[in-house]
Design a protein. Sequence first.
Length: 436
Amino acid sequence: MTGEPERTVVAKRVDAGEAETDEIIELARAAGYTVEDIVTQTRTEDPAYHFGEGKVETIAQRVVATDATAILVDNELGPYQTYNIGNKLPKGVRVIDRFRLILEIFGQRAQTRKAQLQVELAELRYELPRAEAKASLAKRDERPGFMGLGEYDESRERDIKSQIARISEELEQIEQTDQHRREQRRESGFDLVALAGYTNAGKSTLLRRLASDLDVDENKDIHPDLDTTAESEDRLFTTLGTTTRQADLDRRDVLVTDTVGFISDLPHWLVESFKSTLDAVYRADLVLLVVDVSEPTEEIREKIVTSHDTLYERNEAPIVTVLNKCDKVDDAEIRETKEALSALAPNPVVVSARTGEHIDSLRQRVDDELPDLERERLVLPMTDDTMSVVSWIHDNAYVNTVEYGEEVIMEFEARPAIVEQSRSKAQRLVDSGASA
């Protein structure tokens, strides 16, 4: 959206209890809307209007009173419900359901080719059932634009399916490249840590806090996800793609990747559209699940459960829960929250990414949870190339001792792949010395 923020009325229906609207208001803000009024209803879903017809009349009155140009419905609307609600509103007022709003935000934030393709894929999956609805109605009624769903184009459904297949194939190729990059990093001695969690939990701020530098000293052509400007704004979906930085850990070379934030009640088709971004989580050596400890305990519990459902589907790495924003609550509240979540999140790490409190404890926990380093002792013959090998081991391993004499004796710890490479380099030194 450009220019002045668009005025909107937020509407939400729940089957029981009281409707919570904090998240939809944040979503509206993230998309650039100004919320002028809120209408909620507790009742079972009406097949025709989603809300009760009388409540739709109330929404229409609020739209007129606030001069709104759109209503944001914090539910998923069917194509017929969208049309029926729109018929009750002043001409030109748009009806936007929760997932169309999320897609708007994604579209605004997508900067990389991968992110743009994922947004396009999600939009097509959103549109497909609506195209299928038009096809179904066209068979029952010969009038074009029946039910206000627009002119029916019999080729549109086929076009959408074709585009979905094409984009899925391109994303698969991109993921193969990303996976190759991850394997290169592992072979270079890096452990891979992924930040996961809901939007606004503080993942981007935590990434900046853990990073040793603003950037990893590597070739951007090989590692295009290495970014110097990971944002940490207080708004949803600031991070749509992935951002990777090198962490400041003494004994290890660790790359930390910040990924797209989870959000509640996402449908399967939307999560599936962004699975290639989540592969950075699924293929990590360790996952830090970041949650906002200042939120109500029951809300935290629900988010952890949903996150686990998503992560454990394909993830084999250990998951450590990070209770962030401890600067917003007192010690007694933190103890109560930890106790209430003990079954879901045993031994969590409590930190404040904003102030840096307990970040050293988190670094130690990361070191403890990552796969064990392998210890090695190498005896290197003194040749013209020996010092370059010594330098390489210093760069890629944690060196405990080095003894220089007629030979160089090194004791170090490293990932198994680095140990194997160091043995090969040592053997080449021996072979070159023997042939000299």
